[in-house]
Design a protein. Structure first.
Length: 94
């Protein structure tokens, strides 16, 4: 496996982690488990929102809420997994 492929796979996995953390954090905020008045939490929320919102916003244009549930993170995670598998398949092995 080349260094470039390893870098691309690592970036995909990190973005998947960011999306999962964003979904969990927003769910905990919605159920009032986490207080957003904490400066550390505000910083974490802002960082995760800044990283994940551009891709989520793009898909939210095409995928409506279904009974109040946002399916765009699931679609993005599936697309990232597909991209990761595709990279493994088409990348020449030496």
């Amino acid at each position: 496996m080349s260094s470039l492929l390893a870098l691309l796979i690592t970036i995909i996995k990190l973005y998947q982690f960011v999306l999962i953390a964003y979904v969990i954090l927003t769910s905990l905020i919605a159920f009032n488990v986490i207080q957003t008045s904490n400066p550390l939490m505000q910083s974490l929320i802002h960082t995760l929102h800044t990283l994940s919102d551009p891709s989520l916003r793009l898909l939210r244009k095409f995928i409506p809420l279904i009974r109040g549930i946002d399916l765009s993170p699931i679609v993005i995670l599936l697309l990232l997994s597909f991209l990761q598998n595709l990279l493994f398949e088409i990348w020449p092995t030496t």
